[in-house]
Design a protein. Structure first.
Length: 95
């Protein structure tokens, strides 16, 4: 599921996407790419993902992120907040 919301009062965008069957290493590479600006100016991202080896939790702010294992009883979710988000590229990496 892909939902795009333009928060025009704050000139920010909020993007929610799904993700499955990837590894912590792949997620780490994606979050590192956030700092390079390939996907827009991302100021916050967080999520719960059903990865290849179980549930993965992550939090991102510019120049810092945390990835950890966890257990949940809901579907995985990712929320990305920023400016000029490249929603098509983000949708492609969080498939």
């Amino acid at each position: 599921m892909f939902i795009y919301i333009n928060c025009s009062n704050f000139a920010l965008q909020n993007l929610k996407v799904g993700f499955s069957n990837s590894t912590k290493v792949e997620l780490e590479n994606i979050l590192s790419d956030f700092d390079e600006g390939f996907f827009g100016e991302i100021i916050r991202a967080k999520g719960v993902l059903n990865g290849a080896d179980g549930w993965i939790f992550f939090d991102y702010v510019p120049s810092a992120f945390d990835i950890r294992d966890g257990e949940v009883d809901v579907n995985g979710k990712v929320c990305i907040i920023g400016k000029n988000l490249n929603s098509s590229k983000l949708k492609e990496i969080f498939r």
